[in-house]
Ligand binder design. Structure first.
Ligand SMILES: *[C@@H]1O[C@H](CO)[C@@H](O)[C@H](O)[C@H]1NC(C)=O
Ligand SMILES: *[C@@H]1O[C@H](CO)[C@@H](O)[C@H](O)[C@H]1NC(C)=O
Ligand SMILES: *[C@@H]1O[C@H](CO)[C@@H](O)[C@H](O)[C@H]1NC(C)=O
Ligand SMILES: *[C@@H]1O[C@H](CO)[C@@H](O)[C@H](O)[C@H]1NC(C)=O
Ligand SMILES: [Zn+2]
Length: 308
């Protein structure tokens, strides 16, 4: 399939929206740029509003929602040599037009546009969302757009992001085509094509584990932080070898001169405020924890996967 590079979207989640904040940067870039860019405290657009992302997910405070069932993934099994781009803020894989999701408590079909990652050189500092205050090594976002019906509307669930934590584990051969592509796109605004074909499923945890997730309404985590994202944060992390994780910080640069390693591209956690985080209601095992004796077995069966 041909990917039309000219139609590739602008930075990270901010897909088809105007970029009104051209000089935004992450905290770590402020000093080396002599504070000439706007750090997270000064991000514009909706970034200083009250329904922002990422958030800390306190698992004990999440509310079970039986409507949050399994996702149906379409095109996630399709192998392809994807185009990978350093866009100055992250590494982004463009996903064409043939990948989509339904189910998972979403109101309609959402079409995948791109995936990208957030990371750090420290293994406990690279995720944007946190679980009970715990940060992971990386976080991967697959960004989907709501399929437009006849009445185009801008609502709070215009974009669906599937978020996956990444933790240190054994070598993940399925990720290698992406990791190897990094060497070709060290500088911002460069792109390359993966040398081998992979599918999205190749990058994800076991499909069976994908029925366990958290759900809340929030925003893009990059300017202009539009509050139109229905977030799905999966409980089961992806595992990558430490060297695969470090490759992102070592190979990629924020700047053309290759003086500032691209790392810590992570927005600080935002206040949850009045929002509720829900958890999926799909029954099933993942019974790795002892059951609290107070819970009826049936209820325990539904919830225990989240009581980490
Ligand atoms: C930052 O300022 C210093 C001192 O004025 C200068 O030497 C350096 O080149 C500047 N760096 C950038 C990225 O502008
Ligand atoms: C657009 O979405 C908002 C929020 O979901 C809703 O309140 C409003 O009625 C919708 N407008 C139309 C024309 O569908
Ligand atoms: C990808 O790189 C080619 C040249 O190497 C360039 O013509 C094209 O515009 C680039 N696309 C993006 C989205 O950066
Ligand atoms: C920064 O990039 C250089 C050159 O690739 C690499 O040697 C170094 O390890 C990187 N630093 C970090 C902290 O990843
Ligand atoms: Zn993101």
């Amino acid at each position: 399939m041909l990917i039309l590079l000219a139609s590739l979207p602008p930075p990270t989640e901010s897909l088809p929206f105007p970029i009104s904040s051209s000089h935004w940067c992450y905290q770590i870039q402020l000093k080396p740029s002599n504070y000439t860019c706007l750090g997270p405290d000064e991000w514009e657009g909706s970034c200083q509003n009250s329904r922002q992302s990422p958030v800390n997910i306190v698992t004990a405070k999440t509310q079970l929602d039986p409507n949050l069932g399994r996702f149906s993934f379409s095109g996630y099994d399709r192998k392809h040599q994807w185009v990978v781009e350093n866009n100055g803020h992250t590494v982004m894989v463009s996903l064409g037009d043939e990948v989509s999701i339904t189910g998972g408590g979403l109101s309609t079909r959402y079409r995948a546009k791109q995936l990208h990652l957030h990371w750090s050189k420290a293994m406990d500092r690279g995720s944007e969302h946190t679980f009970n205050g715990e940060r992971f090594a990386m976080e991967m976002h697959i960004v989907h757009e709501k399929e437009k019906g006849p009445s185009r509307n801008t609502s709070e669930d215009e974009i669906a992001v599937l978020a996956f934590m990444v933790e240190v584990g054994s070598n993940n051969v399925n990720f290698q085509p992406l990791v190897e592509a990094l060497s070709d796109i060290r500088r911002p605004n460069t792109n390359t094509t993966m040398k081998r074909s992979i599918s999205l499923f190749d990058l994800l945890p076991e499909e069976e584990s994908l029925r366990h997730y958290f759900r809340y309404l929030g925003s893009l985590t990059t300017p202009t932080c539009d509050e139109k994202v229905v977030w799905t944060v999966f409980q089961e992390p992806i595992q990558l070898h430490r060297d695969q994780i470090l490759a992102f910080s070592q190979k990629l640069f924020y700047d053309h001169d290759q003086s500032v390693n691209m790392t810590d591209n992570v927005r600080p956690v935002q206040s949850l405020g009045q929002r509720q985080v829900f958890r999926s209601g799909a029954p099933g095992p993942l019974l790795s924890q002892p059951l609290p004796t107070l819970l009826a077995p049936a209820l325990a069966c539904l919830t225990v996967g989240f009581l980490r």
